[in-house]
Write a protein that binds this ligand. Structure first.
Ligand SMILES: Nc1ncnc2c1ncn2[C@@H]1O[C@H](COP(=O)(O)OP(=O)(O)O)[C@@H](O)[C@H]1O
Ligand SMILES: [Mg+2]
Length: 226
């Protein structure tokens, strides 16, 4: 499996292996649940498999509680799987359903912090920050602390931080919750432009209205994706 980014068509259709950016094979995950006097294990994922190739924008849908966020967290490595296999590229971006931000840090400080974590140079970091603040139109908040931001602006920052290092694989967990209509449409434009540059994108949603924008959709049901 070749995990370097190459120039690819925006819609690979030959199924060649080396375009595979993410492969999830028969992943299982269960949690212990219920009150202490009535513990039972809940099997959330029972052999879920899916694949996303470079230059694909793929949807992951399913009812509330079907395991979409759990699967994302397993792919990123935040949760351990019980069984199965995950093949993913080194450079990935993750936009969690609940923004993971530091209340007391400013927007600009977040870019600096994440840029350092992604091992970007100062110049790469500030270019990416400026570009994304422009694209999502929240540059005026650069020096605001997160605890002074609205939910929608937090979500913009959450999305921008997942994109700033141009990941090979982008995982988006309901990234537009709290976006107004205009921002929502801009979000989809951004996803489509990244797809055209060869990024592999998996986007979680429970809104089926977005079907038309996606190359493919997996539905999680009874712990399996189909
Ligand atoms: N860390 C956890 N510990 C125990 N149960 C969890 C944990 N995370 C998720 N779950 C359970 O796993 C199921 C799937 O959750 P989730 O993946 O968040 O659903 P969704 O498809 O809505 O994103 C739910 O029943 C949830 O309660
Ligand atoms: Mg979820």
């Amino acid at each position: 499996m070749n995990h370097t980014t190459t120039d690819v068509d925006s819609h690979p259709s030959d199924g060649s292996e080396d375009r595979s950016a993410l492969r999830v094979v028969e992943v299982r995950k269960s949690f212990g649940g219920g009150p202490p006097w009535h513990r039972k294990r809940v099997e959330v994922l029972r052999g879920a498999s899916l694949e996303v190739r470079a230059g694909e924008l793929v949807g992951l849908v399913g009812e509330n509680g079907s395991g979409k966020s759990v699967l994302m967290q397993i792919i990123v490595g935040l949760l351990a799987k019980d069984d199965g296999e995950i093949l993913r590229p080194e450079r990935l971006g993750y936009c969690p359903q609940e923004p993971l931000l530091w209340e007391k840090l400013t927007v600009g400080e977040h870019f600096t912090l994440f840029g350092a974590a992604y091992r970007m140079s100062e110049e790469q970091m500030s270019d990416a920050a400026a570009e994304l603040m422009e694209e999502l139109q929240f540059g005026r908040y650069e020096h605001y602390r997160v605890d002074q931001l609205s939910g929608g602006t937090r979500q913009k920052l959450n999305l921008a931080l997942s994109l700033m290092h141009r990941p090979q694989l982008l995982l988006l967990d309901e990234p537009y919750t709290g976006f107004d209509w205009e921002t929502y449409l801009r979000f989809w434009e951004m996803a489509v432009s990244r797809r055209a540059s060869g990024m592999a994108i998996l986007v979680v949603s429970h809104i089926l209205a977005e079907r038309d924008r996606l190359d493919r959709i997996y539905e999680l049901r009874d712990g399996r994706a189909s």
